[in-house]
Design a binder for this molecule. Sequence first.
Ligand SMILES: [Zn+2]
Length: 82
Amino acid sequence: MGEYESQVVAFARYATAQVAHWDRVVALHQADCTGCCRFCGRVWPCDEARHSRRMVDHFSQWALTDEQPAPDPNLVRPYVNG
Ligand SMILES: [Zn+2]
């Protein structure tokens, strides 16, 4: 049972980091004044914006929802940077 719970917690941390990551992608891909994406230049909404919004919705189901701010992915997964 303890192992199961730790996996749930680990996945919740993963989902929280995923939400933080995709939130940053959503923030990059916004419409500019011409109706195109200001980041990749494609017609709004671009594929990245639509995909990253879906990812935020998807992982928000499991993300931690307490009062703490979303963890910095660089702190959550320090080993990624080697
Ligand atoms: Zn874009």
